[in-house]
Design a protein around this ligand. Sequence first.
Ligand code: HEM
Length: 487
Amino acid sequence: PTAPPVVFHYIPWFGSAAYYGMDPYKFMFECRDKYGDVFTFILLGRRMTVALGPKGNNLSLGGKVSHVSAEDAYTHLTTPVFGKGVVYDCPNDMLMQQKKFIKHGLTTEALQSYASLMPAECHGYFNNELKITKANPGPKTVDVLHVMAELIVLTASRTLQGKEVRENMSIRFAKLLEDLDKGFTPLNFMFPNLPLPSYRRRDLAQKEMSDFYMSIMAKRRTGEHDHEPDMIQALQGSVYRNGTPLSDRDIAHMMIALTMAGQHTSSATSSWFLLHLAHDQDIQKRLYEEQVEYFGNPDGTFRPMTYEDTKKLPLMDSCIRETLRLHAPIHSIYRKVLQPIVVPQSLAAPSEDKAYVIPKGNFIVAAPGVSQMDPKIWDDAPRWNPLRWLVDGGIAKTANEQYQAGEKVDYGFGAVSKGTESPYQPFGAGRHRCIGEQFAYLQLTLVVGEVVRNYKLTAAQREFPKTNYQTMIVLPLDPKITFEARV
Ligand code: HEM
């Protein structure tokens, strides 16, 4: 069997690390031109086989559990941060059960309650931290990533994480989060354990964070704390199929994992979203008008959004979809190959007459962002154009239906496919697919909605910010926006 072609590189062990690390999409599009949809590159001694396009996504994300393993690809990065016994530090079947337990904290009822709690957090932040109000309207230029990181952590902690976490959003807690973050970088991915201070601080922060969640559970048991429904409550009492209950420590570690999964993905997405609004006054105006149309009171104030409301806003929804199309927070999804994977002929380079086989021991890499930005699939692919998702009445074929029918993908409000062979997968696909999508949509809709209701945004720089790929999550570089209170 023929192995996929290997990307040319000068330095044997180092391979393509510099190019891939600097701009993974540029690297992948260029390699696709040279080698086709499936190729292997060397990354610090590892053999990474990229499989591109909807079929490539399917090969990796739809792979059998006997053939591909997420835990073997991620555990050395995630276990020191989340803690032992959960997510990628346990057999896949246990992770699947943990994801079911987590869904109990993301039911419609829970999301309704979360929706009612988020706006107050935004208003408190606008008045006390951002300090741009009707009385003091600005303009004021801010680092939007910083602002959104704070709004996301406040709204998530008040809702998903629970009252006690919000009440303890102290300097100490922020420091622990920062130390965990600094242990969650490409360096940690490449070198799980180095004798560096950041690694030591990561380990100490994990322990302190875990103890903090455990103390909350202990106090709740004695009836010392009252609280709304939240994730800790949803997880307590969960029992694996074999009869083993989740321990407090398991729950603590799952809570850390959820914080890490939801914080940067959503703060990056909302930042990109606001940056596009600041650079596109027409869409910003329409988005404000959508808020007025659905929620405006005659006296110029707004009524709060319910969870149901958040699912009925065509333009808001399209803006989030379009932002995730161009700025999927996760550029590469990895799996370790456990058994040789036969690549269908249709995916191998057309000049090859033999099918490829990806050898055991390689990593297989999915990059849904490549098909999401592929000019062969999308009209005017590089342009942020939320209107592409809208048709009259807001209903359209899914991106996947259009793709399967051989059409260019241009719209699809309200129905993005969940299949593993799709050109649009910002939340992944298959058994490891994201379960936070609805929470993320709720949070993005409410937080951005509150920003748009209260502020006019303008670009503080003429150039749209460049992308920073040096972090685990795809972030905007030096993202400045000018806020001015609407009066
Ligand atoms: C998995 C993206 C928000 C929890 C994933 C995956 C992606 C993703 C691409 C698949 C990873 C893989 O296959 O290896 C996103 C994006 C988000 C977001 C773009 C926001 C815009 C959230 C939130 C939560 C969350 C808010 C929690 C409340 C999870 C969990 C998994 C997951 C538990 C499953 C991991 C697995 O099964 O291996 N997410 N996510 N995510 N996400 Fe999210």
